[in-house]
Each structure stands twice: as structure tokens, then as C-alpha cells.
Design a binder for this molecule. Structure first.
Ligand code: ZN
Length: 198
């Protein structure tokens, strides 16, 4: 299932903005970095249709590591449901653990970890609880219906947002990975290289 396929390899950051004084300034970078999806449950902006349904998650909590609160490497893009569960927890790193080899989402909506760390993360984040299972069932059902009856709706559900962040217009005080901007989804769309679905 394309909609619930975790990445094949560990995520390597494409962007490196730094020097902002507020965490919200990192949002466009994080949206692009993590493909407009929650790093924990793969919920997409397109399914809620509101990017405000997404939070900026501090992987290492601010309460214990205030110095990391504006460190891009410590920031993740997460849906508000996952962000609320995560709270102050120290969980295994989803970028290392939530991979296609170690996490499988079944047709019935259940999620299965196939490594100790993946099982621990799924357990701590409650990713197999009934609300998440029901959500996955609903999304899969919507996608099946759309694929059969409404190709435009289908592409909307699995396509990129209409408004993509134009990172080339942003001016962070520092950027350790400026070459990432040319690989951003906005730049890909401009170049005519953006896939219809992902
Ligand atoms: Zn989530």
C-alpha cells in the first residue's frame, strides 16, 4: 500500500536552516523535508486538508533539552494526534526505526513492528490503538473508492499539496545545506519533475 509504506532507508536531511528565533519558522522546511506527512503514522496533509493539523515535534523534548528547541536536526513533522501522545516521551528515533523492512501496515489497518525498536516505538506511540486502526481502514477505503470511481480525487489524496513551500524565497540566518533547495518539491514542480502521486 503506497499510502502506508514507510521509507526504505533511513532519512537523511536535505535541509539545514538555522538561526531562527522561533520554531514556526522551520515549518516550511519540515513540510518539505518530510513530504507533508507525519513521520510516525504517515498521516498526510492532503487527508486532513489542513496543515495546521500538523505539529512541529521536538524529538528530544524541550523540557529536558531546552538548547535543542531550535535545532533543525531535532525537529520532526508530526500530526497533532501523534504529537500529543509523544509529549515528553523519549522514544526510538522514527527516522531510523520506521522503515519498510521493519514496519508493516496490514490491509485490516493494524500496524506491525518487525524489530524490537519498531515494536517499542509503536507501543509507546500507541500506533496500533483502535483510533489509528480505524483511521487507516477509512483512508484505505477512501482510496479504493476514489481509485475506482474518481481519478481526480484519487490524485488529490495521494498527490502533493496545491501550495508547496518555495524554500528559495526564505532567508534563514544560516543554511548548512543550501543545495537542498533545488531538490525541494516546489523546485521539482517548477521543473516539471514532480510525480503526480507519492
Ligand atoms: Zn501521526
Amino acid at each position: 500500500m503506497i499510502e502506508y509504506s514507510y521509507p526504505a532507508t533511513r532519512h537523511r536531511r536535505r535541509h539545514g536552516p538555522a538561526g531562527y528565533h522561533d520554531v514556526e519558522s522551520f515549518r516550511p522546511w519540515l513540510r518539505d523535508e518530510f513530504s507533508f506527512r507525519c513521520v510516525y503514522c504517515l498521516e498526510r496533509e492532503a487527508w486532513s486538508n489542513l496543515m495546521t493539523a500538523f505539529a512541529i515535534d521536538h524529538f528530544v523534548p524541550v523540557s529536558t533539552h531546552p538548547a535543542s528547541s531550535l535545532d533543525y536536526e531535532n525537529l520532526l513533522y508530526a500530526c497533532r494526534a501523534c504529537n500529543a501522545v509523544k509529549g515528553q516521551l523519549r522514544v526510538p528515533d522514527p527516522l531510523k526505526v520506521m522503515l519498510s523492512e521493519t514496519v508493516v501496515v496490514h490491509g485490516d489497518g493494524h500496524i506491525e513492528g518487525r524489530s524490537d525498536e519498531a515494536r517499542l516505538l509503536i507501543d509507546m506511540m500507541q500506533l496500533d490503538r483502535p483510533a489509528y486502526v480505524a483511521r487507516r481502514q477509512l483512508v484505505q477505503y477512501m482510496l479504493q473508492l476514489a481509485e475506482t470511481h474518481d481519478p481526480i480525487f484519487y490524485r488529490g489524496l495521494l498527490g502533493f499539496p496545491v501550495e508547496l513551500p518555495d524554500l528559495s524565497r526564505l532567508r534563514p540566518p544560516f543554511n548548512s545545506k543550501p543545495n537542498g533547495i533545488a531538490k525541494s518539491f516546489h523546485a521539482q514542480r517548477k521543473g516539471g519533475n514532480l510525480p503526480a502521486t507519492f
